[in-house]
Each structure stands twice: as structure tokens, then as C-alpha cells.
Ligand binder design. Structure first.
Ligand SMILES: [Zn+2]
Ligand SMILES: [Zn+2]
Length: 332
């Protein structure tokens, strides 16, 4: 089979990915093999290709928003049938026994395996997944529309809950790409007032189209104080900006796995009055199940730009340079 690998992490325009020929992998105990139909392109893939995220394994295949069809079952795998369409997401495995897993925080597991970082992901013709960590996908969702839900959607949903906006409250969204445009739809459907602060014409246009209550530049003050905000842009310099936009007692949740350096904070203006700053780390399977059900019920729709699997480097470069709105999806 063909698979993209991160050969040597480098700026995306220098070509860190290479397409190689590999043997079709055989599923181990509890695993299934998935024939990839499509795979979403997540900013984490870009961080991995460029070396912001240190590689955990040499020549790993990126991709953790995989929609595919089960084509082989490993020993003792019984959850899915051959031919069934499933989704493969970022959280690939947890030990189930560490203190975090035991208290229900498997997203913080001390010994996790992540798809497309520790184990090969979906920028390939096929990949393996531990069946306990795969998702059934709502039938109403087309392949290409379902892919971005599997990381962008799930992580955004966890970040939205972390921002702790009360019913009918005011939410700020900083940065408006793949994850944010899905999160905004959930927030709007739940009756929040949504203010989008972002750069980029595509992103601002998409935010307006989806019905955001206001759209401004990333460093603009929102038109009203915020009960909570989510920072999707990987830009540490926006942390103080977003904290200043919070009302008393408000929470800023940082959704990304990587953030540039946060400048020094001004305690009185940015943190006092019980403003909170917190991060979001991966997700639990429960977050995933909950979000996929909600996405179906609320009619959350991903805006996607399709690229052939052969053009994975171009899709990542376009993401790096903000050349499309919504989410890119690689199609085999
Ligand atoms: Zn654990
Ligand atoms: Zn991701």
C-alpha cells in the first residue's frame, strides 16, 4: 500500500513528507484494519511535519481523522463487522490502569498512544485501529463531512465545555479554522451568543455565513464582555488579548496541542477577578460519542475542501498559509 511518512520534520514548503510503499499491516489482538476512504487534515499534522511536535517514532504516517471501511479483523476483535464504516480518531489507546484512567480522565492517560503520532495514521491506503477506540459514524454523514468531526469536532466540543459558558451566555472564538467552525455551530445551536475574532478573509466569511453574532479581527475587543472563550489559533500572543475580553469569572480554554510562547500577563487586567486560563488535552471516548450524537442531532456540517491523497503536502501547505476556509480532507 502507499503511505505518506514524515521523513525529516521541516517547514512544510521544504517538503518534510514522503510517499512510500509499505506492506499492508495485519491487525493484532483487538485491532481491526481500515481501508481509508478519506482522512481529514488537522493542524496537529502540520505541527508534526514541521517539528513543533517532536516525532515519537521515526517515519510515522500522520492522519487521525480517518473514515474507512473495516477490511480485516484481528484475533478477538468482535465489535465491528468486515465492511462496516468506522472512524479512527486521535486517541488510539490508553492503558486503562493509571490514576487518570481510573478516575475517568483517560485523555490524561500516563501511557497513551495517539493515532498518527505513536502509531501510523490515515495518510495511507489503510491503517490499524484498536477497535475499542474506533467510532461508529452516523449514517446521515457523508465520508468527507464526517472526517473533520473526528478530531476538529471532538476537541472543539471538549474546549467549548471547558470554556464553561452558561446557557444563553457570551462565547468568544479566537481563530476560525476546521475546529472552530464546527464548535461555533454547536454553540449557536445551543443558544449562545458567539463572537468570532480571527484573521483571514476565508475564515471571517465562513463565520458570518454560519451566523456568528459578530466577526472581528483577532486582536479586536468583542462587542460585549465574554463569559468564556476558546483559543483555537496556535498564537500565544492572543492569550492576554482573550483574557482581557473576558468578563469577571470568565474562562479561556486553549484548544490546541501546541501554542507559541505566551507573553507575560498583567495580573490586574488579565487574570484578577477570577478569570481562569486552562488548556484542553486530547479527549475521552465519551467526549467523542457525545459529540458525534450531538453533531447528528444539531445538523453540524463541516465545510470541507477535498484534495486527492496524492496531494497531502499541498493540503498541509494550504493549511499553513490559510488558503482555504473550514477543513481539508484527503480522499483516496
Ligand atoms: Zn491511563
Ligand atoms: Zn487533530
Amino acid at each position: 500500500m502507499r503511505a505518506w511518512v514524515v521523513e525529516t520534520p521541516a517547514p512544510i514548503d521544504a517538503g518534510p513528507l514522503r510517499r512510500v510503499e509499505r506492506e499492508l499491516p495485519s491487525p493484532g489482538p483487538g485491532q481491526v484494519r481500515v481501508r481509508v476512504l478519506c482522512c481529514g487534515v488537522c493542524r496537529t499534522d502540520l505541527h508534526l511535519a514541521e517539528g513543533d511536535l517532536p516525532p515519537r517514532r521515526p517515519r510515522v504516517t500522520p492522519g487521525h481523522e480517518v473514515v474507512g471501511v473495516v477490511d480485516a479483523l484481528g484475533p478477538a476483535a468482535s465489535r465491528f463487522a468486515v465492511g462496516e464504516r468506522i472512524g479512527v480518531a486521535w486517541l488510539g489507546h490508553t492503558d486503562g490502569s493509571c490514576r487518570y484512567c481510573r478516575r475517568g480522565d483517560e485523555n490524561l492517560c500516563a501511557a497513551p498512544l495517539f493515532t498518527g503520532w505513536d502509531v501510523d495514521g490515515g495518510y495511507a491506503d489503510a491503517c490499524l485501529v484498536d477497535e475499542a477506540f474506533a467510532y461508529r459514524l452516523p449514517e446521515s454523514l457523508a465520508d468527507e463531512a464526517a472526517a473533520p468531526l473526528l478530531c476538529a469536532g471532538i476537541i472543539g466540543y471538549r474546549a467549548l465545555r471547558a470554556a464553561a459558558v452558561p446557557p444563553g451566555g457570551r462565547l468568544g472564538i479566537y481563530g476560525f479554522g476546521g475546529s472552530a467552525h464546527l464548535t461555533a455551530q454547536v454553540a449557536l445551536a445551543q443558544g449562545l451568543r458567539v463572537h468570532v475574532l480571527t484573521r483571514g478573509e476565508h475564515n471571517q466569511a465562513l463565520a458570518k455565513e454560519l451566523g456568528a453574532d459578530s466577526v472581528g479581527a483577532a486582536t479586536d475587543p468583542p462587542p460585549e464582555p465574554l463569559d468564556g472563550a476558546v483559543l483555537f489559533a496556535p498564537a500565544g500572543e492572543l492569550v492576554p488579548v482573550a483574557l482581557r475580553a473576558l468578563d469577571r469569572g470568565g474562562t479561556l480554554a486553549v484548544a490546541g496541542i501546541w501554542l507559541s510562547t505566551i507573553p507575560a500577563l498583567d495580573y490586574a487586567a488579565e487574570l484578577f477577578e477570577e478569570r481562569r486560563l486552562r488548556s484542553v488535552t486530547a479527549n475521552t471516548r465519551r467526549d467523542g460519542e457525545e459529540f458525534l450524537r450531538l453533531a447528528e442531532r444539531l445538523g453540524v456540517r463541516a465545510t470541507t475542501t477535498a484534495y486527492p491523497m496524492a496531494d497531502a503536502p499541498r493540503a498541509l501547505a494550504d493549511l499553513a498559509h490559510g488558503r482555504f476556509g473550514g477543513a481539508a480532507v484527503l480522499v483516496t
